[in-house]
Design a protein. Structure first.
Length: 303
């Protein structure tokens, strides 16, 4: 029985968020409920990433002082090349740079560097999202400041993320680069965010609140959709039609808010893709997200 059919068959409890009771909301923030093949895709991503790492041999570099603040850098032979910084997902509590290498070929072959960040997870951070956000921001700032050392163009730095990594990517877009890092306000020239969360109120009400110690300040400061005035670059948003209703709604609502605010936004809906399938398309220059990210960066398909 599907998640939707199961929800319809049981007795509905008091509403917690929109038309959802607690179980429906919990399910809407649990991807495995809506993606029964999630373990299969995770294994495929791990195997594919391992093969890419052997083939491309990334450099392992520190962007901060803690053991978590590391990145894998895949370099292209193209001089003064643009740089893509990727922020992995994993419900804020899992994932690694090593297991998110599968798209590196696309960027390197198209003439771009590809930096995949590692950072502390929310469990290690004692339930707070703030350390994760701070590290990811430092990682992006480090790439900007050090781009020329590996043949990159700091004036063409982009970010991409998936799932909770797209939440973190959204928060990167609302960073005050001048105040916090002494950098230009337009550090990021464009973003592709797939299947993310951009307002934390419903997430806080869901079972994710059992391991994320949400506070009013965390919800307010880290809800990208509440700070649209700080976003100053093109944003491409994507979700699949087989994702949970909340991940679809979050993406559509963020896209609509950006459009209403006069921002440069493009919404991509992947027909027939679930939450774990749609990120795989970024590894293919002819795939849904592969085409979109190359267009965002002004690149042609690689060899």
């Amino acid at each position: 029985m599907s998640a939707a059919a199961g929800a319809a068959a049981r007795q509905k409890g008091p509403l917690v968020w929109l038309d959802m009771d607690q179980q429906a909301l919990d399910d809407a923030y649990d991807q495995a409920v809506y993606a029964p093949n999630s373990a299969q895709i995770a294994k495929r991503r791990t195997v594919n990433s391992a093969e890419v790492r052997v083939r491309l041999a990334p450099r392992r570099l520190a962007y901060g002082t803690s053991p978590h603040e590391m990145l894998d850098l895949y370099t292209t032979a193209t001089p003064n090349a643009p740089v893509m910084v990727f922020i992995h997902g994993g419900a804020w509590r899992a994932g690694s740079a090593a297991d998110n290498a599968e798209a590196a070929d696309l960027f390197v072959n198209a003439g771009a560097h590809y930096a995949v960040l590692d950072f502390v997870n929310v469990i290690e951070a004692g339930g707070s999202l703030f350390p994760m956000v701070e590290q990811v921001r430092r990682g992006v700032a480090w790439v900007y400041n050090n781009a020329r050392s590996f043949g990159g163009d700091p004036g063409r730095l982009y970010i991409a993320g998936r799932s909770s990594g797209s939440h973190l990517g959204g928060v990167v877009l609302i960073t005050d680069w001048q105040k916090d890092f002494g950098l230009p306000p337009d550090v990021v020239k464009g973003a592709l965010l797939s299947s993310g969360m951009y307002d934390l109120e419903p997430v806080r009400l869901s079972k994710r609140g059992a391991y994320v110690k949400f506070t009013d300040a965390m919800e307010e400061e880290l809800s990208t959709q509440r700070h649209l005035e700080r976003i100053n670059c093109p944003v491409v948003l994507a979700h699949g039609t087989y994702e949970t209703p909340e991940f679809q709604r979050q993406t559509r609502a963020f896209a609509a808010a950006l459009k209403a605010a006069g921002k440069d936004v493009k919404l991509i809906v992947g027909e027939g893709y679930n939450h774990f399938e749609i990120p795989e398309t970024m590894a293919n220059p002819y795939g849904l997200l592969g085409r979109a990210v190359l267009e965002l960066m002004g690149l042609k398909k690689g060899a």
